[in-house]
Design a protein around this ligand. Sequence first.
Ligand code: NIG
Ligand code: FE
Length: 406
Amino acid sequence: MTLLTGIAELTTNADAAAPTATIADAALLIEDGRVAWVGAAADAETAVAARDGGRLSTFGAVTAVSRSEHLEVVDVGGRAVIPGFVDSHTHLVFGGDRADEFEARMTGTPYAAGGIRRTVAATRAADEDVLRSRLAGFVSELHGQGTTTFEIKTGYDLTVAGEARLARLAAEVTEEVTYLGAHVVPEGAGRDDYVDLVCGPMLEAARPHVRWIDVFCESGAFTAAESERILRAGAAAGLGVRVHGNQLGTGPGVELAVRLGAASVDHCTYLTDADVAALAAGDTVATLLPGVEFSTRQPYPNARRLLDAGVTVALASDCNPGSSFTSSMPLMIALAVREMGMTVGEAVWAATAGGARALRRTDVGQLAPSARADLVVLDAPSRRHLAYRPGVPLVHRVYRGGEVIA
Ligand code: NIG
Ligand code: FE
C-alpha cells in the first residue's frame, strides 16, 4: 500500500453532485495499483488501519516511509494532485514533420487537409523500427507531461498493409487504437474504390489491432454518405465509432456522429444551434482540440456554449504533424481557460474524466475507490496553476497503476 499525504488540493472527479470539486488537505491510499481510499488527511489513519488489521494505528507521526513493511507513506509536500490526463485523440505514428507548413501558416497561408498526403508519403517510406522508436519517444513525452491514458489513430499510410502496420505499432503502446483509413483519399486513388477498400480489406487487416473506427467527415475529405457507410462497416465489425467533424466549417459530422451513437465527435469548431441541440440530447462527447486552433490560427471552439447547453466536453491534444504538433494536456487546459470560456475545474475535468468518457472508460479519469491509480502530483499548490502558469513544466511526479512512471 502507498499513502500519499500532504496533498494541498485533491481533484477526484468522483463526486457526482459536484464534479469539479476539490478536497483540501487530502490523502489518497493506493493498493494493488488501484485507488483504495481518498479523503481528508485527518481521516487517513483510520482508513489505513481499517485495511491493515489495525496494525498501523501509530503511523500518524511518520512523514517519510512508514514503519510498516506494508505501507509506504509519501508526503507530497503541499502539492496539488489530479487524475492522470486522458488524451483521447492523437495521431502519433507517422514519418517526417511539416514544420514548413506551420511556418507558412503563421504568415497567412491557411491550413489545408491536403497536407496529410505529405505525411502519408513520409510514413510509407519510414522503416518500422524508426516508427517504433519515434513512438516510444512520444510515449515518454506524454508520460512526462502527466498523460497516463492515450488513444492513437492510424491514417498516415492509407494502404491495406500499411494501415495494419500502423495499427499494430500503436497497439504495442496503448489499448486505445483507432482505425482511420478514412483520413483522406490518397493520391491517385478513385474515391469510390478507396471507400470500398476502407470498408473491406483495409478494415479487415486493421481489425485485430484496433478498438475504434474514425472518419474525417469534412469537405476535402469524406462526405456524409461516405462517412456513414465507413462507420457502419466498422460498427458491424465490432468497432466503436468516433468522428472528426466540423473542424474547417459547419458540416454533417456532428449530426452523423450523434445519430450513429458515436462515443465522441472531435474538433466541433464550427457548430450550428442544431448541432449543439443534437449533442445535448445525445450520448456523444464533444471533444475539443484547441492545439489545432493554436497552430492553424482558426477561431477556438466555444466550450461555454456547449457546457451551458449540457453537452459533455472533453479536451485532447490531437497531436499530429499537420494541425497540432503538441502533446501537452496542460497547454490544452491553459487554452481552454484563456480562450474557450471554461473554468479551471471544467478544463481539468474535460482533460481527465472527459477524455475517459470519450473513450467509454470508467477505470481512468477519476480518483475514486477501485479506479486505476493514475495521477499527477503537480509542482504547484493548486490545479489553477495549470492555466495561470502556461508553458511552465508543472508535473512533479506521475503514477500509473500505482507505479511512478515519471
Ligand atoms: O485531426 N483533421 C484531420 N486530421 C488531423 C490533421 C492531420 C494532418 O494535418 O496531418 C486533425 O487535425
Ligand atoms: Fe485528429
